[in-house]
Every structure is written in structure tokens, then in C-alpha cells.
Design a protein around this ligand. Sequence first.
Ligand code: EPZ
Length: 430
Amino acid sequence: MTKYQIRGGNPLHGEIEISGAKNAAVAIIPAALMVEGVCRIENVPQISDVTLILQILRELGANVRMVNRSTMDVDCSHIMNRRVPYDLARRIRASYYLVGALLGRFGWAEVPLPGGCDLGGRPVDQHIKGFVTMGAEVEVRNGLICARVPDGRLSGGQIYLDMVSVGATMNIMLAGTLAHGMTVIENAAKEPHIVDLANFLNSMGANIMGAGTDVIKIRGVDHLRGGTYSIIPDQIEAGTYMTAVASAGGEVLIRNVIPKHLDCISAKLIEMGVDIEEHDDAVLVRRYGPLNRVNVKTMPYPGFPTDMQPQIAAVLCQARGTSVLTEGVWENRYRYVDEFRRMGAHIQVDGKVAVIEGTRFLTGAPLHACDLRAGAAMVVAGLSAQGVTIIDGIHHIERGYEMLVEKLAAVGADIRIINTPDEDSQSQVG
Ligand code: EPZ
């Protein structure tokens, strides 16, 4: 079994380069399905979620060619197979974008209900409401979302989302791109990856207005053509390394970022006593003194991102005083708390609220990464803990972080990948 081993206590010094955004890449790559021609996509992160979505596209008949480590040509001109492989699709949340893309291009889609991190209920009713408003017949049967448009082409419609949903906003945007007429999404999500998907589609010939506000208008076009597009830097990867510096101490220049996207994270770290200096496409993060307590509530963008909630919790465990953390997006995103308690953290959870009483230091322990961001938070905690932290379940972390061990080791963290016999883990089962 492959694990991360971290010997805590080294402050971090140097530079970290941020990769392309996972949650943009996993929508933009399926969006290439709607393009007749070659899409050159740059700044693609090398993470396992991207590998999976590419594997699905190849199974459908796409021609994918790596140009270099982070650039690829995707040609979906000759898609023959429209049945998405069950085993691949259910391993990843973003496979739901294939519904919008296939329905938009072919008027027909059968896609397995998606998988992804276990954060409580993850319904797709708002996606389905959007497709139905646009004239599709949709039913869920045998584990599949089966959607078809009787006359072959979706028609625009007005869709009000009952809650701000990133996935539903992107999926309806995909479906509306090749629909007949105008689609309007009200109460749309405003995350940076929503704007990135709209920019990608527009650069291929779509006509999408208002992405980044809560009303998005999509005037359907007949075709998309090939082109070149570069994915934005990953807001959450950058935020995770910002919390790593806050946790371990030191001074790190985090490069290839859009500082504006990080404002919601910087604001809280500054309140905690972390020094953050904004450059054009980098942020310098410094922490030498003690950390102050703060209250944090996660919200849709531009609020504090839920995908940074476990990482900020790791830092708050070491702050002076008591912090209140409120999860405003997911039903159950505190599954990591028991693992933090193994490190000596004092956390009480009641529903969506966690009360964290800071301790002077955490201690290293064997931990299990239960999901992607929880695993990243365990790394953040391990960097400052006294002694050795061993994290298993790292395949979750590798879904969303490119070369995490290499990037942290290069700034002085004592972190490595170790292999241990499988029976080690068996004593933890039960
Ligand atoms: C995306 O998930 C991200 N995943 C998540 O990141 C992120 O936590 C989330 O957005 C919120 O920012 C990807 O982009 C692949 P939502 P998504 O639809 O789109 C409810 C990570 O760690 N809802 O915005 O699935 C839902 O239950 C991952 O990178 C409905 O009720 O999230 C939740 O409470 C984890 N019905 C809220 O809305 C629906 O039809 C927001 O979910 C859709 C959503």
C-alpha cells in the first residue's frame, strides 16, 4: 500500500508553481465533445480525475494526443460510441458533464450516475430540471441518466436553479451551447471555473454572456470549431499550499495564480495573522508568528470555498483560541474530524458547525484520507505536527493534486511516498 510519510516541523521556503484547475479541466475536456475539430487544451493538470475523463473520451472514440506534459489535442469530430462506460463514469463526479455535452451535440445521452467524494447527498435534480426545460425526456434507470430529445435538438429555456450549483450551471451551459434559441440560467454559480468553461466554449464559437454573474445567457449556435485554450490556475491547489505555509510557517512564493480568485482565502489567513503579498500572477505567503482564531463559513464563490474547509480547519487546530467553522454547502464534510483527533486536535461537530479549540501543537499519527480535500488537509496538519504522520488512502489526494509530494519537498517539507505491506491496513478495518 502506498502512503505519504511526513515528518513535521520544517518551515517552508521557496516557490511552488500551481497547475491548471481540476474543476475547470474536468468540465472543459467533456466540452470538447461538442467541438467538430481539434481543441488544443493547455495547462491541463496531470491528476487522476483528468486521466479518467480522458479515458472515457477515448472509449467514446475521441482522438487524444499529448503535445507535452500539460498540453493536449482532443479531436471529437468522429465520435461513434455514445454509451459512457459504467465503471469509469461512476468513479468520477464530473462524468455528469457528459450528459450536457452529448445531449447538446447528439440529442441523446446515457451516462451512469456519477461518483466522486462522499460529502453527503449529491443529487442531480437541478441538472435534470434544466435538460427537461430545454425539451429533453430524462429518466434514471439501471444506474443511468437516460436523456433524449424527441426532435433531436434542445431548445433554449429559462431555468431558475433552486440552489447555487456549480455542476448544474456548467451542465446547462453545455446543453444550451448548441440548442436552438436562448437559454437563461438564473441563480447561476459564479466560481472561476464557470467563467473558464464559458471562455473555452466562446473561444470555440459559442455565444455565452454573463458567466461570473448570477444570470448567464446562452444563445445557441449551430457548430463549434476547433481552437486553442489555456485552463486557469487551480484556486484550491493554491489555497491548499497557502494553508500549508500557514501551518508549517516560513515564506513561499506561490506562482501561476490569479490573486483575485484567492481573495476569499487570503482574507481569512490575514485575519489569522498570516502575511500575504499579492503580485501580478503570484502570492507571497509568510507566517512566522502565532495564529489567531477566526470564524469561517463556507459559501458559493466569492465566499470562502467549501473545498478549502478541511485545510483551514487544519490550521485553526493550531490557532490561539476557539474558532467556529460552518459548512454552508455540503451535508457532511466533517468525516476527517476523527482523524484530526488522533493528532490531538480538539474539535466538536454538531451538524454543519464545528467548534475548534486551538492547541499549541498537533502530534503525528497514522491517518486515513477519506476524500480529496480531507486528505490534503491531513498533509497540511502533518507538516506542522510533532513527529511522524502516515497518511493512507492517497489515491483520493492524487485525484486533484499534481505532484504534491514533489512540490512540498522542493520547499523543504520532509514528505515522501512510502510503500508498506497491505496487512498493515487490515488492523484498521472494522
Ligand atoms: C462541484 O461539485 C465541485 N466538483 C466540488 O468540488 C465542490 O465542492 C462543489 O462544486 C461546490 O463548490 C466539481 O467541480 C467536479 P454543486 P458539484 O452542484 O457541482 C446541492 C472537490 O473537492 N445540489 O455546486 O457536484 C448539492 O447537494 C469537489 O474538488 C442539489 O441539491 O456541487 C450541494 O449541497 C468536491 N441538486 C449544493 O447543491 C443538484 O442538482 C452545491 O453542489 C445539484 C446540487
